[in-house]
Each structure stands twice: as structure tokens, then as C-alpha cells.
Design a protein around this ligand. Structure first.
Ligand code: ATP
Ligand code: MG
Length: 173
């Protein structure tokens, strides 16, 4: 990523498609919690818990050329994530022209940043095979909406989503 990208805003991250990221707090879950565990089940659960906790958090990988990151996310759809992200990006760009602002739309299910930023088209590739973000209102934007036709049906599965986000995050100039 080039040095222009000092601050990167992640826009509109909805966790609804993240498969289990927002586990339902329905009656079924409560029922499981209420059931008395047998001694051996309890022991297995304890061991499993210790094993998971010892793994720790995933390693943080810095994003080259990016100094600060603001993530706009929620576990619910339609609450104003994209609107907030766009407003934040535009306000930051207007507030200090010396700062380079990037807006990354990681909503692969329904990217709305292209429409909100009035951008259309596909990113060009640099000589080093990195995608050049599209620019409007002084904010460089990258979104799955630039890479997939609006009408094209795409069935996203876990690993595909991760690899798409990795591309949007790290294979951009
Ligand atoms: N602060 C606000 N007050 C009232 N309406 C708002 C506000 N922010 C956003 N909206 C409206 O709410 C709707 C959803 O906003 P937006 O698309 O930003 O949500 P989202 O969380 O990104 O949705 P999705 O999960 O579908 O990506 C839009 O019609 C938007 O104009
Ligand atoms: Mg959105």
C-alpha cells in the first residue's frame, strides 16, 4: 500500500454473515446452559476452555502504510454503519487535508459504499499488480462492489469471505 494511506476507515462491517459471530440468545441456548453437566462433561469442558484460552488472540498484522484504523461495525444490519463510515471519512478528509484518508468497504454481502461515494468502475492494476483504489471527494475507496457486478449472484462461504477481505485489505496500492 502506498504512503498516501495514513488512516484507513473500515466501512459498514456487518457481522450478520460471519457465521456464529452473533450467536442467537434464544431459548435453546438458555436451555443448554441450564442443563446440569455430569462430572466428566464438566472436566472436558474445563479442559477445552483452558485449551482455547491458551491460544490467545490472533496475531495482529500491521497494514503497510496505514497509521491509524477506525472500524465501524455492528452485529445488526441497517443501523447506519455505511452512513457513519462515509460521514467519518468525509469529515476527516475535510478537517485536515494533510492526512490521506482511505475508506475500505468490507461488506461483501451488500456493499453500498460505491453508491454512497458516487463511484463506479473497476480498479486499475499497478505495475506491481496491486489494485488502485477509486477516488472521490478526496477519499480513496475500495469495495467488493468494484470487483463484482451489482446484479451478479455470489454465494459467499467462510473462506471466500476471508480471502476477499484479505485481498481488499492487502492487495491495494
Ligand atoms: N443517524 C441516522 N438517522 C436516521 N437514519 C439513518 C441514520 N444513519 C443512517 N440512516 C438511514 O438508515 C438506513 C441504513 O443505513 P446504512 O445503509 O448506513 O446502514 P448499514 O448498517 O450500513 O446497513 P447494512 O447492514 O445493510 O449494510 C439508510 O436509509 C440511512 O439513510
Ligand atoms: Mg452498509
Amino acid at each position: 500500500m502506498g504512503s498516501w494511506q495514513r488512516l484507513l476507515l473500515f466501512g459498514g462491517v456487518s457481522l450478520r454473515g460471519a457465521g456464529g459471530a452473533c450467536a442467537p440468545l434464544g431459548g435453546r441456548r438458555a436451555l443448554v446452559c441450564r442443563r446440569q453437566l455430569s462430572g466428566s462433561e464438566n472436566e472436558t469442558l474445563k479442559q477445552r476452555r483452558t485449551q482455547v484460552m491458551s491460544r490467545g488472540l490472533p496475531k495482529q498484522k500491521p497494514i503497510e502504510g496505514v497509521k491509524q484504523v477506525i472500524v465501524v461495525a455492528s452485529g445488526k444490519g441497517g443501523v447506519g454503519k455505511s452512513t457513519t463510515a462515509v460521514n467519518l471519512a468525509l469529515a476527516l478528509a475535510a478537517n485536515d487535508s494533510s492526512k490521506a484518508i482511505g475508506l475500505l468497504d468490507v461488506d461483501v454481502y451488500g456493499p453500498s459504499i460505491p453508491k454512497m461515494m458516487n463511484l463506479k468502475g473497476s480498479p486499475e492494476l499497478s505495475q506491481s499488480n496491486l489494485m488502485r483504489p477509486l477516488l472521490n471527494y478526496g477519499v480513496a475507496c475500495m469495495s467488493m462492489g468494484f470487483l463484482v457486478e451489482e446484479t451478479a449472484p455470489v454465494v459467499w462461504r467462510g473462506l471466500m469471505v476471508m480471502s476477499a477481505i484479505e485481498k481488499l485489505l492487502r492487495q491495494v496500492l
